[in-house]
Design a protein around this ligand. Structure first.
Ligand code: 4NP
Length: 163
């Protein structure tokens, strides 16, 4: 990462319609509230390709909207090798996502590939569970974990990058 360049943060899940768009939207809201919008480049992607071009799941959008996050304009895309050149932090929602990303990671990737919640400092409970087959409560749990994680991640990155 060159000095002054925005810090690139990519959130990754399986479908890119539930967890990672939520994480990108919530983290972007925290960053904007801190007045740090220009210091970050934030995106999300999925390891799977079933939902390419689709907006986030209606249950995800509804739960996010109820807490003031607008995920309407996001569209699903698949993670690609070039992401390892564009992002400094590639943060997986669960262990399966992380293993898939480790297979794509170039040997010379200089950034950090990790679980989102572990990078955010929650090593005891490091996964955001897949809510796709679940009920509304699972989507609320996803938002709870992501809101807490986004707060901690921003504090961690501010300290590490001195901003
Ligand atoms: P996400 O949730 O990985 O949080 O976006 C899922 C969305 C879709 C599927 C699985 C998980 N699916 O199997 O289609």
């Amino acid at each position: 990462m060159s000095a002054g360049a925005p810090i690139g943060v990519l959130f990754v899940c399986l479908g890119n319609i539930c967890r990672s768009p939520t994480a990108a939207g919530v983290f972007a809201a925290r960053v904007a509230a801190a007045g740090l919008g220009p210091r970050f480049r934030i995106d999300s992607a999925g390891t799977g390709d079933w939902h390419l071009g689709k907006p986030p799941d209606p249950r995800t959008r509804r739960a996010a909207r109820a807490r003031g996050y607008d995920l309407e304009t996001l569209r699903a895309r698949r993670v690609e090798p070039a992401d390892f050149h564009r992002f400094d932090y590639i943060l997986a929602m669960d262990g399966a996502n992380l293993r898939d990303l480790e297979r794509l990671r170039p040997a010379n990737f200089p950034g950090r590939l990790d679980l989102f919640l572990r990078a955010a400092g929650s090593p005891a409970e490091p996964e955001v569970p897949d809510p796709y087959g679940g009920d509304a409560g699972h989507f609320e749990q996803v938002l709870d974990l992501i809101e807490r994680g986004a707060e901690h991640l921003l504090a961690t990155l501010r300290a590490r990058h001195g901003i």
